[in-house]
Design a protein. Structure first.
Length: 155
């Protein structure tokens, strides 16, 4: 397992915001559109986040790895929750939403800024408070063929 820090040159840090979306109005994370990234990248380099509606990714928050589904609404892409496993991320009503708990624990409100670290584009992302430094323990994600099979099963 490799270790990488949020200030490593291989990690792009992108400014994201806390939002409220959907019927519950619970806090979530609004991701910038790829054409806005040049104004939102705080360090490193990213011309795209590598995320699309329906993607399941690993989300690392305070050294804990969770799973999140990328969703879209009329304003763009969101992360509405972080869950203990991929199944719970696919069916969010069944598990504890660790993202909402973390946002509340740190008194994050709508329009507050956070940093999303692109650890492994399309697979692993870190979330942290501005000014904090994070260390990510990153193991290799599934191989291409296994990831393709998982996507096929996810529908």
């Amino acid at each position: 397992m490799a270790r990488v820090t949020s200030d490593d040159e291989s990690v792009a840090s992108v400014r994201v915001t806390v939002a409220r979306s959907g019927g519950t109005r619970k806090p979530c994370v609004r991701l910038p559109n790829d054409d806005e990234l040049d104004r939102r990248v705080e360090s490193g380099f990213a011309d795209a986040l590598g995320l699309a509606d329906g993607d399941l990714v690993r989300l690392i928050v305070e050294r804990e790895t969770y799973h999140a589904r990328i969703v879209s609404d009329a304003s763009g892409r969101l992360i509405r929750g972080a869950y203990d496993n991929r199944r719970l991320a696919r069916t969010p009503g069944e598990g504890e939403n660790r993202l909402v708990a973390w946002l509340r624990e740190h008194d994050r409100e709508e329009d507050d800024s956070l940093l999303l670290d692109v650890v492994e584009s399309g697979d692993a992302y870190g979330l942290r408070l501005p000014g904090d430094r994070a260390v990510y323990d990153v193991d290799a994600g599934p191989s291409g063929s296994l990831a393709d099979i998982a996507r096929d099963l996810d529908g």
